[in-house]
Write a protein that binds this ligand. Structure first.
Ligand code: DQA
Length: 137
């Protein structure tokens, strides 16, 4: 099974960015642990701060992979382009957020990903990614 985690802007700073909201572990450390825990899954990771690069990656994997776990970060709330890409591909996409976006500022309550996501996992810290992964298994 081929699954990719795609992370959006500023998520490369996990571990140092607002640790009270996003935790103190880097994504690289978490990803290594996740790969070790699920050795039967072909698990990939891509992060970009650039909207177009995220769209390119969704298009690249979106017709051959078994699942996309997408945390579009701030683009979740602004990007019609990423929302359209999620709609365009055939690979199911699970939208993930580390924090509970609904308990935060109102602008975080809007998502252009959700209408076309297979499911949504929000607010469980980095565990959100693992729960999404489990749902594909
Ligand atoms: C986030 C929530 C977004 O509102 C925010 O812009 C992020 C991270 C989360 O995982 O909690 O960068 O997607």
């Amino acid at each position: 099974m081929k699954i990719i985690i795609i992370n959006g802007p500023n998520l490369n700073l996990l571990g140092t960015r607002e640790p009270d909201v996003y935790g103190a572990i880097t994504f690289e450390t978490f990803f290594k642990e996740l790969k070790n825990k699920y050795p039967s899954v072909e698990l990939y990771y891509f992060q970009s701060n650039i909207e177009g690069e995220m769209i390119d990656k969704i298009q690249e994997v979106g017709f051959s992979f078994d699942g996309i776990i997408l945390n579009a970060a701030a683009y979740t709330h602004t990007s019609i382009g990423i929302g359209d890409a999620v709609k365009a591909v055939t690979t199911p996409v699970i939208e993930v957020h580390i924090s509970n976006t609904f308990s935060r500022e109102p602008f975080r309550h809007q998502s252009y990903i959700s209408p076309n996501a297979k499911g949504i996992v929000i607010g469980f810290g980095l565990k959100s990614y693992e729960l999404a992964l489990q749902s594909f298994l």
